[in-house]
Design a protein around this ligand. Sequence first.
Ligand code: GAL
Length: 686
Amino acid sequence: MAAFRSRVGGLAYGGDYNPEQWDPAVWREDVRLMREAGVNVVSLGVFAWASLEPEPGTYAFGWLDEVMDLLHGNGIAVNLATPTAAPPVWLTQLHPEVFPIMADGEPFGFGSRLHYDPSSPIYRRYAAAITTKLAERYSYHPALAMWHISNEYGPTAYNPASSVAFREWLRRRYGSLDALNEAWTTRFWGQVYTSWEQIEVPNIPRSWSNPARRLDFKRFTSDALLECFVAERDIVRSFRDDIPVMTNFMRFYRHADYWRWAPEEDAVALDIYPDPADPSSHISAAFQYDLFRSLKGGQPWMLMEQAASAVSQWKLNVVKEPGRMLLGSLQALSRGADSVMFFQWRASRGGQERLHSAMLPHSGPSSRTFREVVELGRELRLLSGVAGTSSRADVAILFDWNGWWGLEETYGLPRNDFSYADTVMRHYTPLWREHVPLDVVSASSDLSPYKVLIVPNAYLIDDVGVSGIQEFARNGGTVIMSFFSGVVDSCNRVRPDGYPGAFRELIGAKIDEYWPARPAETFTVEFTDGRVTTSTWWREDLHLETGKPLAVYQDGLLSGRAAVVENTFGSGRVVYFATLLEESAFGEVLVDAVREAGVESPFAGVPSHVECTIRGDKYLFLLNHSADEPTTVPLTFAGIDLLTGAEVAEEITLAPLGATVIEIGGGKSGPQPDDRTTRIASGASL
Ligand code: GAL
């Protein structure tokens, strides 16, 4: 990635480029306007399989040769895609079995994209062939700077070929049928298998299926997709191994375990479309950015796609008003992105996404969007020093795909309407509002760098995760955990000796029963410090052992019993929420627990609509998410506003949706680096 960074001169800027939809005269105008905008890299050929191989084994590379040369001649690097997300129609007609069969038993059909069964040996053979041809031809083309393998890996398939591959995957995982029968508890409802050939993918849409089988099917599907990525990656690497290889991920994407994928890539990349009509979409975006920074242990990641203005896939597609696109782009940089890229460079005239915005919209270079695109290009050049830098937080939040699947994919829980994404955001948001930096961790991450670990609704967690959390607390960490955690093992089997089997000692309490609330039922909860609030949705019939109540119910059958527990475990502290507290009260208690663990935001007192982030110890990003209010932020140090070049000290005013980046201490009168680190870390307000 360092070579890639130096090649693009810092931050990468550009988007998906689909010249196959246009005639060559347009390509020349594209390149001229790309230069005007400061574009330095494009993702090329993402869905171009049909244009590259119009018939089986007949290739048409002439147009791509010309475009690669043209881009290179104009100093624009290429992130070359393997086009395998969109198999051509001839392939599906020759081999209809490559279509994924959906959960309802019907094949996906032709005319969209992602219409392949990842386990199909036929699909894999053809995908390898086109990848090999591309790599043969372009590996040493001077424009090539990165490989973009396929696009947004995603299909879940229920094909006969999926069953064959599933069996192989299960054999590798369990070794013997006895072990599988045990892991899946197949004596329940008489499902015992006596030969591997009896095992199918769980394609029974008319009923619920075995929860361990479902869980393994999720794991298998993620791995099958990953195998497709790895196969193509290995092909391109076999020609040349100094070009970074990645693929683009999605936000809150449940069907691929990105913790398993990230180590296989040179960088992780995210496509994200925060909805301008949703007043909290920037907070959810911030979480994704923290996740992506964390997926490869703090290494910079790539913002691979965002919209220049409106999208077209929802019922209501609101524009990004002036400034919002710039603001969102800087937000991604503030949390570790080394690129700002879009879907797509030029708006398509036809096709499904003909009204999706683009860097160069239908209204052309005189449009507002294009002016903002040119401005963004200018700003990114000014911010090139940010590239390659990172940051590390004191607080970590667990985000685990297995836990997600356990809560949402396997049914049979006390309530079956959990949303893992919502619960994670409920824990993340109060800290975001207080400008407390967070990293995201998996169940097997090293927790030793952190002071606080947040564990939202970890119903299913494996033994490694359990002992990691216990060890963390024992060594003095603060664990903040919410209800229905530590219930089952990695095979979805209830852990022995009562709830919460994994965490009884950790939380200092035993739970007799989980008590989901009736619709609209609320409970009064009083804290030991006198604060009174309400809770809803969930309660636990909890019996304290070593734990102490932090809050108790004031009404209902659990009146007088603990609703929030604190416990000492080793030299650590545990705060356990056994109910869903009203949101602002929950936020206060959570933030208090983080403060008590010695974590202070350097930006305490700055209104929460101004997002404050420090990247690389010296770049302070200030982002005003209010579309109405200009906001003045006090500064306790001098620095340089990198976007205007002005020296700033004492305070800075941000326009509505305004953003800036200050190089701390960059001014003549600014403090020396050591001073500024100390001042920020010691909690000086801005
Ligand atoms: C992404 C996809 C792009 C484009 C974009 C806008 O998910 O990778 O090809 O479809 O969404 O909808």
